[in-house]
Design a protein around this ligand. Structure first.
Ligand code: ADP
Ligand code: MG
Ligand code: ZN
Length: 609
């Protein structure tokens, strides 16, 4: 460290200067000769000394011949006594002119104290150096407890116009900023300023984005920290950082403090096995304490985001803390279109891109998925050396996001190609021939990811509810591939295994969750779900063996009827199936319009499953 080197140079320089000064003041003027006391005694006895000037312990001697010399005596004894001890006779001494010059005060004290003083200074200096080192260390340790609080320093500014949909979230947050700026208006009405707002929603739905937009729109100072930054290796750091974050925000009040990914610390306490979560608990406790510490007129609102509200500690959610909750859903059709448009801005597009159609093909996509889709489309357009991005690239990107990249290069034999064509053709035909199914958007035998081919059927509108008739039609469509293979080749391939798995699990849900079987309005099994991820984690069996058998029977019934429906459709429209399959073998992919144009001559009238 150059700092240390500099310090050492300074230290040495100082010491040298002090030593020089010392020798300058304390040292005698350079003398011609230095006599030992022995020699001096002899010289006195010999009568060669004229004068001795004593100053302190230094003896300035003037010889009889006029030359000068110096000598030193011991400090404790007087000059006369010293000389006596060396055998100088009283007579000889009388001949010498002895003058004792009193030292000036400072010289005396300096002579006495300087050596000690110097040592002290040197030691002090060393200590000072050490403390300096230590202090920077301490400072670092100190900083450790500081939160990495950022004053809305998001790299690029986001405004509300950059956020599509999320209307409720935006409104709520605007209201809260207004609250902070003009509390009187609200307080006069007796309204209480909310302390905490929790944004919750699946990953990628724009929680961070909307918070950033609040910061970008300004109004009040906005502090941002990710909860994962609270937790470090050392216990206590998180709590200290929390304290610091709240303090900083309070100093800047009215202000907003945004804690992103709060589930990193907000996990239910005592849930962890075998310790190790102490630090998190302490941090969480500190957050609770800080939020309780807000007075009625502390104008700081804490904003937090999580995609796991189900694992949050209930204490966080009780009134007075994060009592306002805003749910951010996956975007609906209109929102998806708006999000696509926002992210397509600044990209070179073909004229007349239909974002609606892309939005229709992307149900269940989050905002982040859609942003990614637009980017994928741009990349694939660039790869094809196109000058602008076309509708095709967007569709392709959507399928890529859902199923994985197309594996055009995968070599498949003619036989496999035929099987796949009849399999997918079966799905598509059953979908087209039943009343309650969704529109077929695309049929393809180009393999993607793990799928050998695929039939894309999508609802024209967002669906929040599904009926039994729709499920039954869906089941039949799922069986379309299997039935078609069996009907055409008299054999079944492994290509249908995923269909069967999906169908079985759907049928089971119809019986155990939706009460759509003959067993009537009842559910079976207690299921814990990850709220937003829609994944089941555990299913507890809470029914008898007899009920289990009945359930199995019902599931079987659904699947059997679905298969029979599919078989019936395919048998009735064998010519249409052949046409679709043969066209698929040639063209590999059929878009919605091509597919329905192909079916037109067969005059298929959709029937109920
Ligand atoms: P999370 O909810 O996981 O915090 P983010 O806010 O980080 O999700 O969103 C990730 C990205 O997805 C954003 O940076 C943005 O590009 C895009 N995005 C998500 N929702 C929207 C939306 N409503 N409007 C525009 N872009 C969105
Ligand atoms: Mg986020
Ligand atoms: Zn299939």
């Amino acid at each position: 460290m150059s700092n240390l080197a500099k310090n050492i140079v300074w230290a040495i320089l100082t010491l040298v200067i002090i030593a020089l000064l010392f020798s300058f003041f304390a040292g005698p003027a350079p003398a011609a000769k230095t006599l030992s006391l022995n020699e001096l005694a002899q010289d006195i006895n010999a009568g060669q000394i004229k004068q001795i000037t004593v100053s302190g312990n230094n003896l300035a001697i003037t010889m009889a011949d006029g030359s000068t010399a110096t000598a030193h005596k011991e400090s404790e004894t007087g000059i006369v006594e010293t000389l006596n001890n060396f055998g100088v006779s009283a007579k000889a001494l009388q001949a010498v002119n002895i003058a004792v010059r009193s030292q000036s005060g400072w010289q005396f004290w300096a002579g006495l104290l300087l050596p000690d003083l110097l040592t002290l200074i040197a030691i002090g200096f060393i200590f000072w150096l050490m403390f300096r080192q230590a202090r920077t260390g301490v400072n670092q340790a100190f900083n450790f407890g500081r939160s990495n609080l950022r004053l809305s320093t998001f790299r690029d500014k986001v405004l509300f116009k950059d956020v599509a949909g999320l209307k409720e979230a935006k409104e709520e947050l605007i209201e809260v900023v207004d609250f902070l700026k003009n509390p009187k208006k609200f307080l006069d009405l007796g309204a209480r300023i909310p302390r905490g707002i929790l944004l919750m929603g699946p990953p990628g739905t724009g929680k961070t984005l909307v918070a950033r937009a609040v910061a970008g729109e300004g109004g009040v100072p906005f502090f941002y920290i990710s909860a994962s930054e609270f937790v470090e290796m050392f216990v206590g750091v998180g709590a200290s950082r929390t304290r610091d974050a709240f303090l900083t925000a309070k100093r800047a009040a009215p202000a907003m403090l945004f804690i992103d990914e709060i589930d990193a610390v907000g996990r239910q306490r005592g849930a962890g096995l075998g310790g190790g979560n102490d630090e998190r608990e302490q941090t969480l406790n500190q957050i609770l304490v800080e939020m309780d510490g807000f007075d009625r007129d502390t104008r700081v609102i804490v904003l937090a985001a999580t995609n796991r509200p189900d694992i949050l500690d209930p204490a966080l959610l009780r009134p007075g803390r994060f009592d306002r909750r805003i749910v951010l859903d996956l975007p609906d059709l209109a929102d998806r279109e708006a999000i696509l448009k926002i992210h397509a801005q600044g990209k070179t597009l073909d004229k007349g891109i239909d974002f609606r159609k892309i939005a229709v093909r992307t149900p269940g996509f989050s905002g982040a998925d859609l942003a990614n889709l637009v980017n994928e489309a741009a990349i694939s357009a660039a790869r094809l050396s196109k000058s602008s991005i076309g509708q095709e690239e967007f569709y392709d990107a959507a399928e890529k996001v859902i199923l994985g990249p197309a594996r055009k290069s995968r070599v498949i034999s003619e036989k496999e190609k035929r099987i796949t064509a009849y399999h997918e053709g079966g799905h598509a035909l059953v979908a087209a021939a039943l009343k309650d199914t969704d529109l077929v958007h695309k049929v393809s035998i180009v393999s993607r990811g793990f799928a050998g081919g695929y039939t894309m059927k999508l609802p024209t509108e967002d669906q929040h509810l599904k009926t039994r008739a729709q499920f039954v039609a869906d089941l039949a469509m799922m069986m379309g591939g299997y039935a078609s293979e069996k009907l055409t080749f008299g054999d079944i391939s492994t290509g249908a295994s995923n269909d069967l798995k999906e169908a079985s699990s759907l049928a089971r849900r119809l019986v155990t969750k939706y009460g759509m079987s003959d067993l009537g309005p009842i559910t079976f099994g207690k299921t814990e779900e990850l709220v937003f991820l829609g994944r089941e984690i555990t299913t507890e069996k809470d029914y008898s063996e007899k009920a289990a058998q009945e359930i199995d029977g019902q599931v079987e019934g659904f699947l059997k009827r679905a298969y029979e429906t599919a078989e019936k459709v395919l048998k009735a429209h064998k010519a249409a199936l052949n046409k679709i399959a043969e066209t698929l073998i040639q063209k590999e992919t059929l878009e919605q319009e091509e597919f329905y144009a192909l079916l037109k001559p067969f005059k298929i009238k959709p029937v109920a499953a």
